[in-house]
Design a protein around this ligand. Sequence first.
Ligand code: NAI
Length: 214
Amino acid sequence: MEHRKISRAVISRLPRYYRYLGDLLEDGVERISSNDLSKKMHVTASQIRQDLNNFGGFGQQGYGYNVKYLYTEIGKILGLDKTHDFIIIGAGNLGQALANYASFERSGFILRSLFDVNPRLAGVSIRGIQVRMMDELVDFLAHNDIEIAALTIPKSKAIEVADILVENGIKAIWNFAHTDLTVPKGVIVESVHLSDSLMQLSYNISQQKEGRKK
Ligand code: NAI
C-alpha cells in the first residue's frame, strides 16, 4: 500500500492503536466500529477515522474495521512485519532491565548483545544474551547486521559513543541518556525520557489539587 507523508502526531498514536487492536485480537474480536474503538481508547471516533484515513481508512461503512487486517496493516506501517536486530550500550540497571524484557522480541526487536566498559560484566549473560566489552564493539558491528543501538550509559559518554556507533554503520539510536545527540542525515534518534512522563503526572496532580482548593 502507498502511504503519503504522515504527520508525527499520527505516527505517535499508531503504537497505541496497535496495542489495543492486539488485545482485541487476543479476545477473539473480529471487527469493531470506530465508535466502539473510541469508547475503549478514550479518543473521539472522528479522531480515529481521521487517523486511519491517512492510510486509506481500512474501514467499511456499516461494517466497522476488520481487527486483524487493521492490526496487520498498522504493524506494517510501523515496520513490525520485519525483524530489527539491536544492541544495548551500557549494561547497568536500565540496560539490563531492557534486556530482561522479552516482549520486545515478540514485536520483532531482537537483542543481539549488550556492551559495557565494566570488566566485571564481561561474560555475564542476560536471558542467554552475552555482555561484551566495548573494545569488541567495532568488530561485532562489522560482522553483524545491527540496525538499532540503545544507549543506556551516563550522559557524559553518550555523544562520544553515538559517534562511534554512527561511524560503524548504526542507523538508529534509541537514546535514554539525558543529552541531545547530533547525528548525520540518514541516522534516526528516538529519545526516551521517563522523567518527562513523570513530570506530566506531577503537573496533573498539582492541577487536581489546585482544583480541589477552588
Ligand atoms: P548504571 O550506572 O546502572 O549503568 C550505566 C552503565 O554504563 C554501567 O554499567 C557503566 O559501566 C556503563 N558505561 C559507562 N560508560 C560507558 C561507555 N563509555 N561505554 C559503554 N558502557 C559504559 O546507570 P543506569 O541507571 O542504568 O542509567 C543509565 C543511563 O540511563 C544514565 O545516563 C541515566 O541517566 C539514564 N536513564 C534514563 C532514563 C530515561 O528515562 N531516559 C531512565 C533511567 C536512567
